[in-house]
Ligand binder design. Structure first.
Ligand code: FE2
Length: 293
């Protein structure tokens, strides 16, 4: 099998039905070989999987998440994480900003390559009745769009020094000992095998530095493309579901949610150094068709 042709992660909302990304299992620790193979196949072909595990105690479904994390490598350091790498994502009382919408981005854009999580797991404990919808967008789709419509922008965004980010509010969720690191939005060097690694973020919390000046327009084009609903799939994670995201190939975002809803999720960010995963995406061939899932 030619991995490059098979695992393009090239899709949009018309070709991917989120229902087809759900894999129903019992306990995560008791997944069989077929379920594991299906999980890695979806991860490598689409870059997003939703694991639906058997209902477990509402107080502590985290064991399922920890067990799933073991299949995606060691956890990445994070100052809000506990010893297992777990971060609780919930409304912070008095901090209205925590419920504002999150724009499309990849995780770990601030950090050196070796500390960027390749896989992000998000487990729903309690959902907000209104809002809290997840959106996912394909980096390969954005790459193909730019190559066809905005080749100069793509060239600028592939420059290994095109951007760096700093937190506007230092210390909040920032891993220690990291400064602003210059990166390409579409990196061609880190993964090898010609596969591309997507990194980008822009919102009110970051200080974005772009080089050269023309890259501002290019970054804006990518950002608008990724944030357009027709280029995303969306779904609302439910209790007993864990979303698996290939953070090297897809961006994620969410809608606003209700104040006082008690929405709670658990997150694990992992190095992803396990053999069955194929990260990033290949340069889409000119005739590449969108894949169905
Ligand atoms: Fe995120």
């Amino acid at each position: 099998m030619n991995a490059d042709r098979e695992f393009t992660k090239l899709w949009n909302h018309a070709t991917v039905d989120p229902q087809n990304l759900i894999i129903e299992v019992g306990r995560i620790s008791q997944m069989d070989r077929v379920q594991r193979a299906k999980m890695y196949e979806l991860f490598n072909r689409v870059g997003v999987v939703i694991m639906q595990h058997a209902p477990v105690s509402e107080d502590d479904p985290v064991e399922e998440l920890i067990d799933l994390g073991k299949m995606y490598g060691k956890s990445v350091a994070h100052d809000r994480a506990d010893a297992r790498g777990l971060v609780v994502v919930a409304e912070i009382p008095g901090k209205g900003a925590s419920i504002a919408p999150t724009l499309m981005h990849t995780a770990g854009t601030f950090t050196p390559w070796k500390d960027v999580p390749k896989t992000v797991l998000l487990q729903c404990v309690k959902q907000s009745p209104v809002g809290g919808q997840s959106m996912i967008a394909s980096g390969a789709l954005a790459y193909q769009y730019l190559r066809e419509k905005e080749p100069e922008a793509l060239k600028l965004l592939s420059n290994p020094e095109v951007f760096s980010l700093k937190r506007a509010d230092p210390g909040k969720g920032q891993p220690g000992n990291t400064g602003a690191v210059r990166k390409a939005v579409f990196d061609h060097d880190q993964l090898g095998d010609g596969r591309i690694w997507l990194s980008f973020r822009f919102d009110g919390e970051v200080k974005l530095d772009l080089f050269p000046d023309e890259a501002h327009e290019a970054y804006d084009k990518l950002f608008c493309f990724m944030n357009r609903s027709e280029n995303q799939i969306d779904f609302k994670l439910q209790p007993n579901q864990i979303m698996i995201c290939d953070n090297t190939a897809v961006g994620h975002a969410r809608t606003a949610y209700q104040v006082g809803s008690g929405r709670k999720l658990n997150r694990l960010q992992l190095h992803g150094g396990i053999g069955d995963c194929i990260f990033g995406f290949p340069v889409p061939e000119a005739f590449s068709k969108l894949r169905a899932a």
